[in-house]
Design a protein around this ligand. Structure first.
Ligand SMILES: C[S@@+](CC[C@H](N)C(=O)[O-])C[C@H]1O[C@@H](n2cnc3c(N)ncnc32)[C@H](O)[C@@H]1O
Length: 278
C-alpha cells in the first residue's frame, strides 16, 4: 500500500523548493563571503512603482533566510494590482478599503512580500518570523527604507511564533490583511499556524467590530500529499477560496496557488468556540 509519508520524507525540501531562476524580474546582484556565511543580495524590480526592492539571503543559515517561490507569486500579484486594480485577483480584498491598510505577514523569511506590499499599497506592514530570523528581516527592511518612504509604506519587524497566543497579544489584532507565502511545509507546523490564524481571524476583538473582518491571503506551492491535511483542517475553521493559480513552472506539475481564508459567514450566535484541530 502506498504510504504518503514515506514518499514525502525522501524529498529534500532545500533542493526541491528553491528554483535556480526566481522570475525574470529577480536578479542576483552579488555574492559576498563573510566568514563561513555567503550573503546573496538579490534585486526585484517592481514595475508598478518603478522601484527595485533588494533583499539579502543567507542560504547557509537555513530555509528562513532564502526566498521561496510562492513569495514571488505574491509580489507579482501585488504589482499587477497596483497597475490595474480592477483586473486583479486581489481586488475583492483590497479595493474597498478606506484607510491605509494595516497588514501582518506571517513567516516572512527574507521579508520580500511584506516590503513589496508596503511599497505597492502604501501600507503599514508588520513582518514577522521566529526570533532568530528577525535580524535579517530588519536588515532587509532597512535596506529598502528609501523605496518604502518614497511610496508611502512602512515596515515594522517583530517576532511571532505560530501557536503562541502571547506573541499575537503583543502584536495585536488590528490588521486588515494577513499575508503569507510557502508556510505550509512541515506537518508539525500545521496546528500552530492554524492556531495563530484562529487567534487573528476568529477571536472577537473590540476594535474589529467597526471595520471589515481581516482575511488571510496565502500563496502555496504544493509539494507533498500531506499538505492536504492542512487544508482539510483549515476548511473546518475558515471559508477557504482560491484567488489565483499560477501555471506550473518548468519541470513541475503544479503551480503556486493563492488562497483566501476568512471567517465562515454563519457561525453559531456569532461566537466560535475554540475548535479542536485534531
Ligand atoms: C519556507 S519559509 C518561507 C519564507 C517566506 N515566506 C518566503 O516565501 O520566502 C517558511 C517560513 O516560516 C517560518 N516559520 C517556521 N516555523 C515557524 C513558527 N513556528 N513560527 C513562526 N514562523 C515560522 C520560517 O522561519 C520561514 O521563514
Amino acid at each position: 500500500m502506498e504510504n504518503d509519508d514515506d514518499e514525502d520524507d525522501i524529498i529534500n525540501p532545500v533542493t526541491m523548493i528553491l528554483p535556480d531562476e526566481q522570475g525574470e524580474d529577480a536578479k542576483r546582484l552579488c555574492m559576498l563571503q563573510e566568514g563561513a556565511s555567503v550573503q546573496q543580495l538579490q534585486q526585484h524590480y517592481v514595475r508598478s512603482i518603478e522601484s527595485t526592492v533588494v533583499i539579502r539571503q543567507l542560504p547557509s543559515q537555513g530555509l528562513s533566510f532564502q526566498l521561496w517561490p510562492a513569495a514571488t507569486t505574491l509580489v507579482t500579484l501585488l504589482d499587477q494590482h497596483r497597475c490595474d486594480p480592477s483586473n486583479s485577483p486581489l481586488s475583492s480584498i483590497l479595493l474597498d478599503q478606506n484607510r491605509n491598510l494595516n497588514i501582518l505577514e506571517l513567516g516572512s523569511g527574507t521579508g520580500l512580500v511584506g516590503i513589496a506590499a508596503a511599497a505597492t499599497l502604501g501600507a503599514n506592514v508588520t513582518v514577522t518570523d521566529l526570533p532568530h530570523v528577525i535580524e535579517n528581516l530588519q536588515f532587509n527592511a532597512d535596506a529598502n527604507a528609501t523605496v518604502l518612504t518614497t511610496n508611502g509604506g512602512a515596515v515594522h519587524v517583530a517576532p511571532l511564533r505560530w501557536g503562541e497566543a502571547d506573541d499575537v497579544n503583543l502584536i495585536g489584532r488590528d490588521f486588515d490583511l494577513i499575508l503569507a507565502s510557502d508556510v505550509v511545509y512541515h506537518d508539525h507546523l500545521f496546528e500552530p499556524l492554524l492556531e495563530t490564524l484562529r487567534l487573528l481571524l476568529l477571536v472577537d476583538h473590540k476594535t474589529q467590530t467597526e471595520k471589515k473582518e481581516a482575511v488571510f491571503v496565502m500563496a502555496h506551492l504544493r509539494r507533498w500529499k500531506k499538505d492536504s491535511v492542512f487544508f482539510k483542517k483549515a476548511k473546518k475553521l475558515f471559508q477557504v477560496e482560491v484567488l489565483h493559480v499560477d501555471r506550473p513552472s518548468q519541470g513541475s506539475r503544479v503551480g503556486v496557488v493563492v488562497y483566501r481564508f476568512a471567517k465562515k459567514l454563519h457561525s453559531l450566535n456569532g461566537s466560535l468556540a475554540k475548535i479542536s484541530l485534531t
